[in-house]
Design a binder for this molecule. Structure first.
Ligand SMILES: [Zn+2]
Length: 179
């Protein structure tokens, strides 16, 4: 974790030519697609970009991203913390025609002059998200119970319009003031 914000934009080819390396944080609020699936907006990702040119003069970007996200456990429906860690090596290409020439172990990134680093970090994290987030069995409130009925009960409870109304009456300003 750092206190430096990751720059938003980069000319990846220029960075690769100069061997530039940057690191920094991206707030979850700067990643709208990720924000829509996580349970909290307090989190931030920590990302490292290493840009370099290989011997065939290709532009390479090594990306590492770490983030702890809160997701809703699909078994007990309470929050579960998940540690996401990704590592990718990308080759910067102008268009999809050049993709077939890529060596194995590298993913292509089709990029114009300027790339959005926050979007790249978000993409990495979205790919790393589990399809069905769940606590480990030992941490899950529902793991010892039968899957069927108890899960349905919890769903009913969470969706109760009266519960939602109660929360609304208690905290009329709650909509946007979090944090
Ligand atoms: Zn659970």
């Amino acid at each position: 974790m750092s206190n430096t914000a990751l720059p938003r934009e980069a000319e990846l080819r220029a960075w690769a030519s100069r061997g530039i390396e940057v690191e920094g944080d991206v707030l979850v609020t700067q990643m709208p697609r990720l924000k829509s699936v996580v349970a909290s907006t307090e989190e931030r990702a920590y990302a490292t970009f290493r840009c370099w040119k290989d011997q065939q003069h290709r532009y390479i970007v090594d990306i590492e991203v770490q983030m702890t996200v809160a997701l809703v456990c699909q078994r007990c429906l309470s929050d579960c913390q998940l540690e996401l860690e990704t590592q990718s090596s990308l080759i910067v290409v102008w268009n999809e025609d050049s993709i077939k020439e890529l060596p194995s172990g590298y993913d292509p990134i089709v990029a114009g002059e300027v790339s959005d680093l926050h979007a790249l970090v978000e993409e990495e994290l979205l790919l790393a998200l589990p399809a069905v987030p769940m606590h480990d069995a030992s941490d899950c409130e529902d793991a010892s119970r039968a899957f069927g009925d108890s899960t349905m009960d919890v769903v009913e409870e969470k969706k109760s319009p009266f519960a939602a109304l109660g929360a609304l009456l208690k905290r009329p300003e709650a909509e946007d003031n979090k944090g």
